[in-house]
Design a binder for this molecule. Structure first.
Ligand SMILES: C[S@@+](CC[C@H](N)C(=O)[O-])C[C@H]1O[C@@H](n2cnc3c(N)ncnc32)[C@H](O)[C@@H]1O
Length: 243
C-alpha cells in the first residue's frame, strides 16, 4: 500500500491540504475510529488484493494498530492519525472506497454533546462522495437512541439505500463489541449502499466563530473531552507505576 514500509504502517501525511495518494487500481476499504485495529488488520490479512485504511485519532491505538501490521507483515493496511470528518471531506479519492466501517463510534449520550456525533449531514455528504456507486457503509453501535438517529438520517437521504448488514460472528468483533457483549448490551447493526446521485462539490467545512482560534486565546476542549483525557492520563500513570 502506498506510504507503508515494513517498519511503519502509520501514514505520515504532513500536508493535510493535499489529498492522500492511493493506488487507484486497487480497491480500498476504510474504518473510522479503528481503535487498536483488531477488525481491520485481520480483514486486510485475509484480503491481500485490497487496501485498508484505518482512521484513528488516539496515538496509543495508532501505535497498537501499527504493531499488529508489522508483526503480521500485513503490507496492505495503514493507519492515519487524523480526524475522520476532515479526512473524508478533503483527503480521500472521489467515488473509490468500496466499504466504510464505523463500529461503536462515541455516542456522546448527553443532549448538549450531540453536535459532536460523527453521523450528520456533513459526514453523510463526504461519505457519499468517497464511496463508489454500490459501495457500502457498515455501522454498529450499542446505543439504541444513536442508532435510531443514524437510521433516520440515512432514510431521509435519497443517495443511500438500506441493505442487509454483514454477519457479526465472533471473528469480526472489535474490542468494544466484545466488551459490550460481555456486559450483555444489545448490539444494533445496519448497512447502506451508495446510489448514483447529484455529484456536486462539497462545501468547504467551517467552524463556528466561537471555536475559531484567535491570537492569545486557546480554545478549551469541551468538559467531557477534558475528563476523558484526564482519565486516560491517570490510566497511563498507573500503568507506568506498575511497570
Ligand atoms: C468507542 S471507540 C471504538 C473503537 C473500535 N471501533 C471498536 O469498536 O473497538 C471509538 C474510537 O473512535 C475514535 N474516534 C472518535 N472520534 C473520532 C474522529 N472524529 N476521528 C477519528 N477517530 C475518532 C476514538 O479515538 C476511539 O478509538
Amino acid at each position: 500500500m502506498v506510504g507503508v514500509t515494513p517498519d511503519s504502517h502509520v501514514l505520515h501525511h504532513k500536508d493535510i491540504t493535499r489529498p492522500i495518494e492511493f493506488d487507484l487500481s486497487r480497491p480500498l476499504e476504510v474504518e473510522v475510529g479503528c481503535g487498536k485495529g483488531r477488525f481491520l488488520v485481520a480483514r486486510a490479512a485475509a484480503n491481500p488484493d485490497c487496501d485498508f485504511l484505518g482512521i484513528e485519532r488516539m496515538l496509543e491505538r495508532v501505535r497498537l494498530f501499527d504493531g499488529k501490521c508489522r508483526r503480521g507483515h500485513v503490507d496492505n493496511a495503514a493507519v492515519l492519525r487524523l480526524e475522520a470528518l476532515y479526512t473524508f471531506h478533503y483527503l480521500l479519492p472521489a467515488h473509490h472506497v468500496r466499504r466504510v466501517y464505523v463500529f461503536f463510534p462515541d455516542p456522546w449520550p448527553k443532549k448538549k454533546h450531540h453536535s459532536h456525533r460523527l453521523f450528520g449531514p456533513l459526514f453523510r455528504n463526504a461519505l457519499w462522495k468517497r464511496l463508489e456507486t454500490g459501495g457500502k457503509i457498515e455501522f454498529a453501535t450499542d446505543h439504541g437512541e444513536y442508532f435510531g438517529e443514524v437510521c433516520d438520517g440515512f432514510a431521509a437521504d435519497a443517495r443511500f439505500r438500506r441493505v442487509e448488514p454483514m454477519p457479526r460472528p465472533k471473528e469480526v468483533w472489535t474490542e468494544f463489541e466484545e466488551m459490550f457483549r460481555e456486559q450483555g448490551l444489545p448490539i444494533h447493526a445496519a448497512a447502506w449502499e451508495a446510489l448514483a446521485g447529484d455529484d456536486a462539490p462539497l462545501e468547504p467545512l467551517t467552524v463556528p466563530p466561537e471555536a475559531e482560534p484567535r491570537e492569545g486565546v486557546a480554545r478549551r476542549a469541551p468538559r467531557a473531552e477534558r475528563e476523558r483525557m484526564a482519565s486516560n492520563d491517570n490510566q497511563r500513570k498507573q500503568r507506568k507505576e506498575q511497570q
